[in-house]
Design a protein around this ligand. Structure first.
Ligand SMILES: [Fe+2]
Ligand SMILES: [Fe+2]
Length: 288
């Protein structure tokens, strides 16, 4: 059953001719940062090739969050201030922004709310990852940013089916993935992860997308990173950081909470920090 659906999802993804591609700048930057001790000037050269990314880096460093009195106009200076991890997040978020803009979804899909939900999940998952001392909060940010990309695929390429799913969610109060499974036989976690595979993103990120609801998980697949995205999704929905079109807040899975090994008292910090980062991000990357 599962395998059959997986094949169907692959067929859908492969039949979409003009599927948006992830700008190469993200892969190039990740590669450079992974293989070598890249210098700021090398990174600056890569970034300056993509105007939208370069502009975003400068906008970020000049935002209220960094509080500089004088405007910073040099890319290299901005990179040194922001640090490589922040740069990577920004490059990814800007690339994603450009990708999201390339989709033409159904009228029933609210792009602005979806974009905010994606940023909200990315920052919440990253703060959870940092608080739980995971070694790769950057990857978790990526997983959070992309976790619901499958919804955008449905809304853009399976419009009629998507509209039916939205109507079903409204009528029954189901989670969107439950309605999708019932009506389509697969869900947005499957289509989203198939797209991430096509984009050649690392397996750990593909898995964060595939299992963010913790459904259909092969045994021993649950990682702390998947748990962070799963809980980040609940937090950002509960805190109303945008909306992924759900009518109710998704439940937190007990195992996911256990594996992160956080205390309930950590949650207050996580929520406050996530809310602050969310406001900062959304203010410089507003969807227009
Ligand atoms: Fe989802
Ligand atoms: Fe979501």
């Amino acid at each position: 059953m599962l395998l059959m659906n997986a094949k169907r999802v692959d067929r859908i993804i492969n039949s979409i001719g003009e599927l948006p591609i992830l700008p190469t700048i993200y892969a190039r930057l990740t590669h450079i940062l992974n293989v070598s001790d890249a210098s700021i000037s090398t990174i600056s050269n890569i970034i300056s090739e993509d105007q939208s990314v370069a502009a975003m880096v400068l906008r970020m460093v000049n935002s209220a969050a960094y509080g500089f009195y004088n405007k910073i106009g040099e890319l290299q200076h901005a990179i040194a201030i922001l640090g490589l991890n922040e740069i990577k997040n920004l490059v990814l978020a800007t690339s994603m922004y450009n990708v999201v803009k390339g989709f033409r979804p159904s009228d029933r899909f609210d792009m602005q709310e979806f974009w905010k939900h994606s940023i909200g999940c990315a920052v919440s998952a990253r703060v959870l990852a940092e608080t739980a001392y995971l070694k790769n909060p950057e990857a978790v940010f990526t997983g959070g940013l992309l976790h619901d990309i499958g919804k955008l695929i449905h809304a853009s390429y399976l419009r009629e089916e998507f509209d039916n799913v939205v109507a079903d969610v409204e009528k029954t109060g189901s989670q969107m993935s439950e309605s999708e499974r019932r009506l389509l036989g697969f869900d947005h976690a499957q289509t989203g992860s198939a797209l991430a595979e096509k984009w050649l993103l690392p397996r750990e990120i593909v898995n964060m997308i595939a299992y963010h609801h913790l459904t259909d998980m092969p045994p021993d697949t649950l990682t702390k990173e998947i748990a962070a995205v799963h809980i980040g999704n609940t937090l950002c929905t509960a805190l109303r950081m945008g909306s992924g079109g759900e009518k109710r807040v998704p439940m937190v899975n007990h195992e996911a909470w256990e594996i992160l090994n956080l205390k309930v008292s950590d949650l207050e910090y996580v929520m406050q920090r996530s809310a602050k980062l969310f406001e900062e991000r959304v203010s410089i990357m507003e969807f227009t």
